[in-house]
Design a protein around this ligand. Structure first.
Ligand code: ADP
Ligand code: MG
Length: 323
């Protein structure tokens, strides 16, 4: 199982930013109202995530670091309608196989928690721990036992930036949660609970891009598109501000990018790109989120429909006479 975990880790934990994503998603799945993330050395030396979510009992903690011990899927039906972020039970065991992991947790209503420590997949120690209800996961020396993978990490700054991008991606889709990211002891981003999307974006996008954001909203049957899109005159020569979510899960998808570009067609100068954050809500059976273990890719059952919906939703707000 040790080797199996290390192989799975190759798919799930490529770099510190993957750890940030998996751990914060777990905190969100646990119903946390507040999540803090701490990085040292771009996350390679330390990624620590602290939440005030439901917590785990000691027996569940031991299970959580065991392969495919997800508590989030109970039947095959669940597999087609996954609502939580996690559903494969791979992240914690994978991370534990390639780092020094300390998991501390205390269930709500108890006044003592417990901890569990694992080094490169081997159980080191466990015991009681005084802590507030919630969970604290400390991941140190990521990939230090796999030099061949460690050498693919970029500089500390680049890795920290990737961590920050994943953190922001999650923050934009979980507006009710208070989220803070620290690097080398310094607060990089703080999102307060119950800010709206524009408020959160204004913390991370240049001011002039946020001044003229249009609200996107289109309902059609079981499908809903919502979010914000910049006025074309505010577009800048950058391609990285086209962010998509499907059923609140961050995705990368060519159909969605081309639908967005279609909406801006004829409105942008060359090397200008749309800026938009688009949420697509669709019936679970219309999308397969299980294409890749890192789960950022999806496959739509009806691509044409999705394309037309998103391009219409955005096109509509760019120009009232557009359609
Ligand atoms: P998955 O999220 O796919 O279920 P993970 O390996 O990420 O798998 O987590 C394994 C299990 O550990 C989860 O199903 C959950 O029961 C538990 N768990 C992990 N992180 C937390 C957390 N922050 N708070 C409460 N429970 C957690
Ligand atoms: Mg998970």
């Amino acid at each position: 199982p040790g080797l199996q975990n290390q192989i799975a880790a190759g798919e799930v934990v490529e770099r510190p930013s993957s750890v940030v994503k998996e751990l914060v998603e777990n905190s969100l799945d646990a119903g946390a109202g507040s999540v803090q993330v701490y990085l040292e050395q771009g996350g390679q030396a330390l990624v620590e995530v602290v939440d005030d979510g439901a917590g785990m009992l000691p027996a569940d903690m031991a299970l959580a670091v065991t392969r495919h011990a997800t508590s989030k899927i109970f039947s095959m039906q669940d597999l087609v309608s996954v609502q939580s972020f996690g559903f494969r039970g791979e992240a914690l065991p994978s991370i534990a196989s390639v780092s020094r992991l300390r998991l501390s947790s205390c269930v709500q209503g108890r006044d003592e928690g417990s901890f569990l420590e694992i080094l490169y997949g081997d159980h080191l120690e466990e015991g009681p721990e005084a802590m507030d209800p919630g969970t604290r996961v400390k991941v140190q020396n990521l990939l230090a036992n796999i030099p061949a993978r460690l050498k693919f990490l970029k500089t500390k700054n680049t890795e920290a930036k990737k961590c920050s991008e994943n953190f922001i991606r999650l923050a934009l889709a979980n507006l009710e949660v208070d989220l803070e990211l620290y690097s080398e002891g310094r607060s990089l981003h703080r999102f307060f609970a119950n800010e709206n999307l524009k408020e959160r974006l204004s913390r991370v996008w240049p001011e002039q891009l946020c001044r003229d954001l249009k609200e996107v909203e289109l309902d059609q049957g079981d499908f809903r598109v919502h979010g914000v899109a910049s006025a074309p005159e505010n577009a800048q020569a950058r391609g990285e501000r086209m962010l998509f979510y499907v059923n609140n899960r961050a995705v990368k998808d060519k159909t969605l990018i081309s639908a967005l570009k279609q909406a801006y067609k004829g409105r942008l100068l060359s090397r200008e790109y749309p800026q938009a954050v688009i949420f697509l809500e669709i019936p679970p059976e219309e999308v397969d989120v299980n294409v890749h273990p890192a789960k950022s890719e999806v496959r739509f059952r009806n691509e044409k429909h999705v394309f037309s919906l998103v391009s219409r939703a955005v096109g509509k707000v760019l120009d009232k006479n557009y359609f």
